[in-house]
Design a protein around this ligand. Structure first.
Ligand code: FAD
Length: 493
């Protein structure tokens, strides 16, 4: 025994590993218990037959947040690691065979905009400038800080801030003020799905996402997004953090106002001064803690959508796809309603394709391709009839039909193998409530800032939370900030 304080962390996702480093650097003895055999959670990686897949996150956006958090962890992210800005953010395919190349290069954007809707380029610039201002205000006042009481969030001065952050208008209504063309409206709002939401039902605050992408760019690390996990892991090991894999936690034991220990599935008990849950917060309340009333309250909250994913190893390269491609269907609204209202998936769904070989040939054997498809889907809902095997089959057919129309006619013949995920597999892979992989709790105003479940338990004061389901929310930049804020809460900074 060293006499140092001890901390256990439940889960080796980005949030858990980053928090572990902060605590270890301040002298805590930190042990991380992860249910799976590998770290990374929703930023995991799979290598099969020479094909490398990023199973969750594929885009490194908002690089300044990475820089800030990594610097505070003492890690130099961009040094000795090849992290390239992408020339183009994504290729957007529309049903009429038009393609819009979304790019930080203003000349590329101007030419395309003026062709689609004369005069729209200048308006797009305003959309981006305003959106980036929202991002900066949001970072300072809403996302990048801890709230200690409701008055810090809901006060008279913040009413002005919430108006500036465009929280009073839906993202779709807002974009309509800028563009008449429906394809442009879709191109500037589909990014809402990154936080598991529909632009028809989420605040225009989220116009900050395309604005941040177009202003700061989108990056990709050689070796895939898992490089982020590896960098964090290496720093954690150097700081003395101990990792225990294949160790699912089944209970957090509490007495009075204290969380005493964690109990593993194998029955062993580990005591600690501090417990940090990186596992999905509603899952922790439901499965690991005794407080059922709070769990029922969480159950009544809004949840983000889920996704069906297909990962294919192919024996042929399809160079026409961009590193990131997005297929937006003309039934955009209908498709979103199928996801968010019916908790299902549309017949002609919009979807995203990751084709990393374009910028990182190491993602596949020579002359072969590695493609991942992410199709937004409803989350698990016991009140709906959901046959995920059937939906997966239908979705696969719809995706293949659509990419064949885009000129990849022989693609089916070149799929060597497929690995797929449904909302059910997401739920079991990472214990994500309802398979709501983008959060899991939705990011509506009443579930953000002070209103999002807090990163410290209200009764067991030595129990903390970190990750996408606590403050500030989903996406690696937010989860990194979450680790910083949770560590500040623990360390009293
Ligand atoms: C398909 C998809 C695409 C995405 N794309 C992007 C993107 O391009 N860019 C981006 O920035 N973000 C993206 N995201 C979001 C990003 O991946 C997540 O926000 C982030 O990885 C979540 O990290 P976390 O630490 O909060 O949680 P997790 O990664 O879920 O980590 C929690 C860990 O806890 C473990 N755990 C759970 N229960 C237990 C238990 N009982 N005992 C022990 N361990 C347990 C889990 O196995 C997991 O490893 C995407 C997500 C998905 C699903």
């Amino acid at each position: 025994m060293t006499g140092n304080k001890s901390a256990v962390i439940i889960g080796a996702g980005i949030g858990g590993i980053a928090t572990a480093i902060y605590l270890a650097k301040k002298g805590y003895e930190v042990s991380v218990f992860e249910k799976n055999s590998t770290p990374g959670g929703r930023c995991g990686q799979l290598i099969h037959d020479g094909h490398r897949f990023d199973l969750g996150a594929t885009m490194l956006i908002m690089p300044d947040i990475y820089r800030e958090v990594f610097k505070s962890l003492g890690i130099s992210l961009f040094e000795n690691t090849e992290i390239k800005p992408l020339k183009n953010l994504y290729k957007i395919y529309f049903d009429n065979n038009d393609i819009l190349t979304f790019s930080p290069d203003k000349e590329i954007m101007k030419a395309q905009h003026e062709k689609i809707e004369p005069g729209s380029y200048a308006r797009s610039q305003k959309y981006v400038t305003d959106g980036y201002e929202i991002f900066q205000i949001g970072m300072n006042k809403l996302i990048g800080r801890n709230f200690d009481n409701i008055f810090q969030f809901a006060n008279f001065r913040n009413v002005g801030m919430l108006i500036k952050l465009k929280t009073y208008i839906s993202n779709w209504k807002y974009v309509k003020k800028f563009f008449k063309d429906s394809h442009l409206r879709m191109a500037y709002t589909f990014q809402n799905i990154y936080v598991g939401q529909s632009p028809f039902d989420s605040p225009a605050l989220f116009s900050m996402v395309p604005a941040a992408e177009l202003t700061e760019g989108s990056f990709f690390p050689k070796g895939g997004m898992y490089v982020i996990v590896e960098k964090l892991l290496s720093a954690a090991h150097s700081s003395g953090v101990r990792f225990h894999y294949n160790k699912p936690v089944k209970q957090i034991r509490v007495t009075g106002k204290k969380a005493d220990s964690i109990i593993l599935e194998d029955g062993s008990e580990i005591n600690a001064d501090i417990i940090v849950a990186n596992a999905d917060l509603p899952y922790v309340y439901r499965k690991l803690l005794p407080d059922k009333a709070k769990s029922r309250r969480l159950d009544r909250k809004k949840y983000s959508c889920s996704a069906i994913c297909f990962h294919w190893g192919l024996d042929k390269v399809y160079p026409q796809l961009g590193h990131h491609s997005v297929f937006l269907s003309d039934g955009f609204r209908k498709g979103l309603d199928r996801i968010f209202i019916d908790k299902s998936i549309g017949d002609n769904p919009s979807f995203y394709v990751h084709a990393p070989v374009r910028t990182d040939p190491s993602a596949a054997p020579v002359n072969q391709d590695t493609l991942s498809f992410i199709v937004g889907a409803g989350h698990l809902d016991k009140k709906k009839k959901q046959d995920w095997d059937d939906l997966k089959k239908k979705t696969r057919l719809a995706v293949i039909k659509r990419i064949k129309q885009a000129g990849l006619d022989d693609i089916e013949e070149h799929i060597k193998f497929e690995i797929s995920y449904t909302p059910e597999s997401w739920e079991s892979a990472c214990n994500i409530t309802r398979g709501s992989v983008f959060g899991s709790l939705a990011h509506n105003l009443l579930q953000m800032g002070y209103f999002r479940p807090h990163n410290q338990h209200s009764r067991y004061k030595n129990l903390y939370f970190v990750g996408g389901s606590t403050h500030p929310g989903n996406g690696i930049p937010n989860v990194l900030l979450s680790a910083k804020l949770t560590a500040e809460r623990i360390l009293g900074n």
